[in-house]
Write a protein that binds this ligand. Structure first.
Ligand code: EPU
Length: 281
């Protein structure tokens, strides 16, 4: 499987092994096999926050299939499968007059990825609407955590890379179509200021009290090109795969250039917000 076709960057080599799983039992069987073979595994959601290297990715890429893409309302909770995408969640909420998740508008990820990375805007993160989450550990054990047991940080959490989130319980509230659409429009406007094209969203985390985009612009790197990749002239914290043919190494060169230059111009070490899969030096 070409991972290029499964990432929003449109970059990445083949996965050595690729499994789509549709039930807990199937997932546990696969994990048992992976453990027995001592292989490394990666969990793929929407591929919207990763840079995958250009070579074959050794090990297994696991993707949750439609079996994990259900949404169910029970009492005051909404149970959302790990493979449900944020756009799908938001259209369910609109159709059922449920408010509280509008700030996630424009994020392409799956629930699993969004929760692990505590996705959101500058001032609101998904952790604030989570009640609990359920998933499978590397040892194949089903575990459920109330939100209080998880440490969420700015664009991160202490949920390990190999923990597979299968379901998330959300706390949303009843509202009206009018309120939901007013809130949605506010967040749509924010996202409209961001560049289009193949990308992985923001590349770096915002250093405390600062904006990575502004620092990169100040370093004079807007529009800088490496092979098929460019530092977006619209928002400098985005790297765009210009022609769909950029390589991971092009993006990595820009990442290194940005880090070096921003350290020289602002004395700040930028930290990656995206994840990398494979080898990058
Ligand atoms: N700015 C510049 N130059 C640039 C880009 C931005 O000067 O090239 C300035 C803007 O003018 C603004 C400030 O930097 O004054 C902040 O920019 P923006 O409002 O675009 O927000 P951001 O901090 O860059 C954060 C999140 C985004 C999220 C937006 C909207 C991070 C790293 N980024 O961006 O998340 O969409 O707020 O809420 O936290 C992502 O996670 O992938 C992502 C894009």
């Amino acid at each position: 499987m070409e991972l290029k076709n499964l990432t929003t960057f449109h970059i990445g080599g083949r996965a050595q092994h690729f499994y789509i799983v549709n039930s807990i039992v199937e997932l546990q069987e696969r994990l048992e096999y992976i453990r027995a073979k001592k292989m490394k595994y990666y969990v793929l959601g929407s591929g919207s926050n990763i840079l995958v290297h250009d070579q074959t990715l050794k090990g297994v890429v696991i993707k949750l299939g439609p079996g994990f893409a259900k949404i169910q309302k029970k009492g005051n909770s909404l149970f959302v499968g790990g493979a449900v995408t944020i756009p799908k969640l938001l259209s369910y909420c609109r159709a059922n007059n449920l408010a509280g998740a509008e700030f996630l508008w424009g994020i392409p990820g799956t629930m699993g990825g969004a929760v692990k990375g505590n996705a959101g805007t500058k001032d609101k993160s998904i952790s604030r609407i989570i009640k609990s989450l359920t998933g499978i550990s590397g040892l194949g054990k089903i575990e459920r955590f109330p939100v209080e047991k998880i440490l969420f940080t700015y664009r991160g959490s202490n949920i390990g890379d190999i923990f597979i989130i299968t379901e998330v319980e959300l706390a949303l509230h009843k509202s009206s179509k009018r309120v939901i659409s007013t809130n949605t429009n506010k967040y749509r406007q924010l996202r409209d200021q961001q560049p289009k094209g193949y990308s992985a969203g923001c590349i770096f985390k915002n250093p405390s009290g600062q904006s990575a985009g502004a620092l990169i612009e100040f370093a004079g790197l807007k529009g800088r090109i490496s092979g098929g990749a460019v530092v977006s002239p619209k928002h400098a914290n985005f790297i765009i795969n210009r022609n769909g043919r950029a390589k991971a190494k092009d993006v990595w060169e820009l990442i290194n250039l940005i880090r070096r230059t921003v350290e020289q111009t602002s004395d700040i070490k930028l930290e990656l917000e995206i994840k990398t899969w494979g080898e990058f030096k």
